[in-house]
Design a protein around this ligand. Sequence first.
Ligand SMILES: Nc1ncnc2c1ncn2[C@@H]1O[C@H](COP(=O)(O)OP(=O)(O)OP(=O)(O)O)[C@@H](O)[C@H]1O
Ligand SMILES: Nc1nc2c(ncn2[C@@H]2O[C@H](COP(=O)(O)O)[C@@H](O)[C@H]2O)c(=O)[nH]1
Length: 206
Amino acid sequence: MIEEKGILFILSGPSGVGKGTVRKSLFEQSTDLRYSISMTTRGAREGETDGVDYFFKSRDEFERLIAEGKLLEHAEYVGNYYGTPREYVEETLENGKDVFLEIEVQGALQVKQNFPQGVFIFLIPPSLEELKDRIVSRGTETEEKVKNRLHTAREEIEMMDAYDYVVVNDEVDNAVKKVQSIVMSEHCKRERVAKQYKKALEAGQS
Ligand SMILES: Nc1ncnc2c1ncn2[C@@H]1O[C@H](COP(=O)(O)OP(=O)(O)OP(=O)(O)O)[C@@H](O)[C@H]1O
Ligand SMILES: Nc1nc2c(ncn2[C@@H]2O[C@H](COP(=O)(O)O)[C@@H](O)[C@H]2O)c(=O)[nH]1
C-alpha cells in the first residue's frame, strides 16, 4: 500500500460572497475533508466560539506566532490579522488526509507561492450588487466596513485568473455540489488507486 499525502484545497473569494456559508454546508455533508481553523485578532461575533470558529488571539500573540514561523500564511484584512496554523495543515496532509482552507485572497496567493500543488478555488457572486446585498444583509459590519470590504472585493476579483477553478455562488447547494465535484476530480487526477495497482504489478502481485 503506497502512502499518499493529502490534498490541500483552498476556497477563497471576496468578502461576503458566501465562503463561510458554502464551507459550512459542505462540511455538514462531507466527512473526508479536514477544516483548518484559522487564527484571528478580530473579536468573536455573537455565536462564535474560540477553537471552533476561530482561535481568537491578541495582536501581540499573533505577531509572536508570525515571528516564530507558526503560520502557513497570514494577512491583515480590514484591520485584523488572520492566519492558518502551519503545524495542523502539514501534519494532516502528511497523514494522508485532505485539508480545506477558507481564506481571503492575499493569504490564498501566499499559499499558492509556497504550496503550488494546492487546489485553488475562487468563489464569485452572481453580480457586485448581489455581493453588496449579502454583506449588508449579514448585518455584521458598519457602513464604513461594508465600503472597505466592497472596495477590497473589486481588487480581489481581479485575482481570479490565479485560481484553478471558479465557482459562482448563485445558490448555496449548487456551489457546494461544484466544490464536491472539484474534490472528486482532483482525487481522480492524482490516481491514487491506479498508482497502487501499478506498484502491486511492479512487485509481481496479481
Ligand atoms: N448563495 C447565496 N445566496 C444568498 N445569500 C447567500 C448565499 N451565500 C451566502 N449568502 C449570505 O451572504 C452573507 C455572506 O455570507 P458569508 O458570511 O458566508 O460570506 P463570506 O464570503 O464568508 O464573508 P467574509 O469573507 O466577510 O467572512 C450571509 O448573510 C449569507 O447567509
Ligand atoms: N488569509 C486568511 N484569511 C482568512 C483566514 N481565516 C479567515 N479568513 C478570511 O478573512 C476574511 C474575514 O473573515 P471574517 O470571519 O472576519 O468575516 C474572510 O474572507 C475569511 O475567509 C486565514 O486563516 N487566513
